[in-house]
Design a protein around this ligand. Structure first.
Ligand SMILES: NC(=O)C1=CN([C@@H]2O[C@H](COP(=O)(O)OP(=O)(O)OC[C@H]3O[C@@H](n4cnc5c(N)ncnc54)[C@H](OP(=O)(O)O)[C@@H]3O)[C@@H](O)[C@H]2O)C=CC1
Ligand SMILES: CC(=O)N[C@@H](CCC(=O)OP(=O)(O)O)C(=O)O
Length: 344
């Protein structure tokens, strides 16, 4: 399959190139950048030297890109993928957007949280969280790859919601991310002295991943879920650890909770269940497409605490995009994604 990467100079785009290099069925045709057009990608990312030395082109050359590609991956900041989607409309090219433009079934919610007008409202899109929407992704033309915090949090909570084990109005998510989650463009919070040896929450009560998590969990529950989500910035490069709390319904046993996780994920290669009492760690998934999940019952207060760890750039972005690519192309879902986590 011929693929191109729009926004190849971002952390997500570069990670995608790393994974595509190991994909036996993917051939990278074009990669784009607006600020480094004409330069080889390896001049921006020296770790790609000798692997990808082709020159970056502008996404203004979209006709050329579309003509040469079966699938276009988009790694642009939110608000920018819609324009690409519109240009590619009607062409026989599938889109996998790593940003948020195509993640919402209700574009009003997108506009409300992202403060951007949605200019491609009628696009038929599928939410790109493979473990839950695999069947729809198979035939999709536009996949809105799930977000990073959302992937970790939804996967940790889904069995509890699906099997009706918790009070859905008691969900609290406390998530922590490495700094690469904020992208490569520097802002003050990513500046080394601000971030290093520091640990802080941000966007409390208003992070834009809140409605994305609510959208999927509500679909699973069959009723509207609202929840609290608090993200934190941790001084590490990669990784997300999500700690999710909820009140268990009366008489729900620990064994029922165990059975829910096992039943829901028994055939999911990328979900590694650490079981009741398990402690996932970001380093144990680093560089891989795995999502590790453990859960605990705090019987004293009647709560379940589900913990999940992912690499934000892999299962939270580029790896998930490749998983979705495999699904829409009819390949084995694991193709190009069998790399072992990098440890220590
Ligand atoms: N980082 C992560 O962990 C995750 C990121 N994502 C999503 O992936 C997308 C890319 O994120 P990430 O790689 O981290 O971001 P970066 O800031 O690292 O990269 C952004 C990319 O977009 C391009 N770009 C920036 N502004 C514009 C613009 N105005 N017009 C056209 N191109 C532009 C840049 O190219 P140029 O060379 O031209 O400057 C660069 O290639 C975002 O939507 C993000 O939300 C999703 C999940 C996780
Ligand atoms: C640490 C950090 O800053 N993370 C980003 C979220 C990651 C991201 O890129 O958002 P999407 O998954 O929606 O694409 C943030 O909180 O804005």
């Amino acid at each position: 399959m011929k693929v191109s990467v729009i926004g190849a100079t971002g952390y997500a785009g570069a990670e995608l190139l790393r994974l595509l290099h190991n994909h036996p069925e993917a051939e990278v045709m074009y990669m784009t950048s607006e600020s480094h057009t004409g330069q080889p990608i390896s001049a921006i990312y020296p770790h790609l030297r000798g692997i990808y030395d082709q020159k970056l082109i502008s996404m203004k050359e979209m006709d050329k890109i579309a003509g040469a590609s079966d699938v276009v991956f988009i790694g642009l900041p939110h608000g920018h993928a819609m324009a690409v989607g519109k240009v590619l409309e009607g062409k026989s090219v599938k889109i996998i957007d790593l940003g948020a433009d195509y993640r919402f079934t209700d574009t009003k919610t997108y506009e409300e949280w992202y403060k951007v007008e949605h200019t491609h409202k009628d696009a038929k899109r599928v939410y790109g969280l493979a473990e839950l929407y695999r069947k729809d992704i198979k035939t999709a033309s536009i996949v809105g790859n799930a977000g990073c915090y959302t992937t970790a949090s939804i996967l940790a909570l889904a069995p509890l919601v699906k099997y009706n084990l918790i009070y859905i109005d008691t969900i609290v998510i406390d998530a922590k991310s490495g700094v690469s989650g904020a992208g490569r463009s520097a802002n003050l919070s990513n500046h080394f002295p601000e971030m290093y040896d520091n640990f802080k929450a941000y966007n409390v009560g208003g992070h834009r991943h809140t409605p994305e998590i609510e959208q999927t969990l509500s679909e699973l529950a069959g009723e509207k879920i609202v929840l609290s989500f608090t993200p934190h910035l941790v001084p590490m490069s990669r990784g997300i650890l999500s700690s999710c709390y909820a009140k268990l319904k009366p008489d729900v046993t620990a064994e029922q909770v165990d059975a829910a996780y096992e039943e829901m994920y028994q055939n999911e290669f990328f979900i590694r269940l650490l079981g009741r009492g398990g402690y996932p760690a970001t380093k144990e998934v680093r560089g891989s497409n795995f999502c590790d999940i453990g859960w605990h019952i705090d019987a004293r207060v009647g709560r379940v605490i589900a913990l999940s760890a992912i690499d934000n750039l892999v299962k939270g972005a580029a790896g998930q995009a490749v998983q979705n690519f495999n699904i829409i192309c009819g390949f084995d879902e694991k193709m190009g994604l069998l790399n072992v986590p990098v440890y220590p």
